[in-house]
Write a protein of this length. Sequence first.
Length: 342
Amino acid sequence: MSSPQTTTKEQADLDAVVDAVRSHDRFLVTTHENPDGDALGSVLAMTLALRLLGKDTYMYIAGQAPLPGEYAFMPLEELHRELPEDVGERALLAVDCANESRLGPDPEILHAARFTIDIDHHHDNTRFGNVNLVVANASSTGEVLRDVFRELGVELTPDIAEALYIALVTDTGRFQYANTTPKALRLAAELVEAGADVHRVFQGVYETVQFAKLKLLARALERAQVYEGGAVVVSYLLRNDFADVGAAEPYSEGIIDYLRAVEGAIMAVLIREPPRADGPLRRISLRSSSDELDVSAIARKSGGGGHRQAAGFSSEASIEEITDFVRREFVAATQQRAAQGA
């Protein structure tokens, strides 16, 4: 049953995804590398839902980097970091992943799978699946999954509800970001009624901060610089920073939100060198405090992407060159908006 806000196209895509799930018996459920709360909550909820339907389901995330410590309380013991030997016999179900490159460095996962289902809410999703359900105005992929589960007749067990709640609460910034819609708030109430433990999630995600993460935050704040009259805040983390304070790469998650909170800031930028030398030289996160500034458009100019207010890309350029690039693109975007408003 479609909601009043569901378009005809979205309903058709939803129906196609539901039909695809029903017609396959074996799944490989995955999400993007370096997962956040929406990714982890969605991949767990999808796995639990498929198993309720009697499906053979393998939960997988590419890469060997540790998961963010704030999600250690989640029941992810069966999350694999290696592809199964029978990957070619399974349907690939990707959640919260905007494009195939973010599935990981191994192309086998996309090309070997017998069928691909793509469920997401990134507006720049490349629709890489055989069937795709991309709801750009959804608060989170967790919100999209709730509609999928309803169509599939999947019961909201306490474990599924809590996984979806984690996806929802983290991607809305504890219901403070602009993507906090009435539908998102109604969903939160439904999930709590179904058994999601709000206090447990809050303590796990927001009140279990590793000391090394605080040390990493201190370094980022010490290096923060403001540009364009205070509208742009930029900081960086070097590879040796992670080693010095004993932090893994996921410890940098959330640091950019402190930069975005600076008075007068419209765009925040965090440049970081991953502690592992086998990846991109630098990863850049972008955040916007204004819905009028689409940072995903800036990210796409360097091969990245994301949401209008949260995006990122990778680069081999120097910190100075990256800083110049984001400042230049911010000024260009600001001038373009001014010209359109004139």
